[in-house]
Ligand binder design. Sequence first.
Ligand code: ZN
Length: 478
Amino acid sequence: MHVDQIIANALLVDGTGTPPATGAVALTGDRIMGVGALPGWTADEVIDAAGLALAPGFIDAHTHDDAALLGGDLAPKISQGVTTVVTGNCGVSLAPLRLAPGASLPGPLDCIADPAWFRFDSFAAWTAALADAGTTTNVVPLVGHGTLRVKVMDRIDRPASEGEIVQMEALVDEAMAAGAFGLSSGLFYPLAAAAPASEVTRLAVRAAAHGGVYTAHIRDEGDHVIAALEEAIGIAADAGLPLILSHHKVSGRANHGRSRETLALIARAATRQPVWLDAYPYAAGSTMLNERSCAASSRTLVTWCASRPEFAGQDLADVARTLGLSEAEAIAALQPAGAIYFMMDEADVERILCCPETMIGSDGIPADAHPHPRLWGSFARVLGHYSRQRGLFSLEEAVRRMTALPAARFRLADRGVLAAGAHADLVLFDPDAVADKATFADPCQPSAGIHWVMVNGVRVWDQGSATGARPGRIVVRA
Ligand SMILES: [Zn+2]
């Protein structure tokens, strides 16, 4: 067999969790043609990858990259080996929402993009714009319940009326027909907090009718985490579709250690219905600046502030002192703004990462002036810090949580594995050197040890730089 390219002598970590073995991967065009010893195969180009690991490109199961895909080269993601991003999480998708000029954007929609980006009246208009512009990575889009509320409701501090629910149902149908993989919600946020479970269930039923999933940023990840998990599990059960619990965590000092309870609850529910989860590998969270999250945190760091951009990267306590205000007054004075919250326990983070069902989702916020380091570091941190250094799981198990597992959960055809016929989404990295470099102080740093990254057979990241290629596709549901 003659192919375009053979990557030879690599440590093949195939995504399935099988122990790695040295071998070759053969490519032609956008597809993998063969994997293994490949005796007698020839190629136009043979790359010797001795000493390096070759894996399927990583799938970021939880992102807010809806606008970033249109705007830039997605360097924060491709620099750590990500080749596919799941967008529209936490109830906040970019589409379908066209904002009138000068209209205000309720948080956390303002965390994902500037108001000017909200210019797509339908989901199909946004996916068409992605196809026109081309994208660096592949895209797995979700439609957000919060976005639909802003689109159809005159005010968001009340449950939707029957007429508004009917309008939102039609918008879910439109999004699913235009390629969405499911519905997301963020009942934690003021944008959606007034919505009862029954409102979300009605929309989840529409997503279920199209074979979609439901991803949930639950109503409370602190004192009432169990009730909030039960609510999300109930919505998915009533609507009859798989549930993905977003960025699973327990927050607030009083709740440290309660991941034992939450993981047991999730495991029990999973015996009755499909319940899955994603997590990011850090003990700090990040979202819009709000009192509730500050109260649960030992330290709060401002990530962006529209009125006082100079505060990005500073401790809220220092900002309050500078302004001569209490922290609560400073939170009110800085709006709209975003923050990082040190509110989880490292033991809970490790326990959740160790769950074999946990996919890795960065939850990175690309529009932030001083983002949480999870944006640039999550995948390299799982490989370097948690697998190699802490020994939480093997290299092949770390790779499985970032590849074949999310590909199966979101039903991505022919992705997430090294296998003949699969799309050539690949990452070549040094397993002894791969490490996150992004820190809370200096968060926009590419990871170490990533040699190159390929999306659909085309290199998008090569020896420390984005190539500018845009070979990504909107993935089609299997
Ligand atoms: Zn969220």
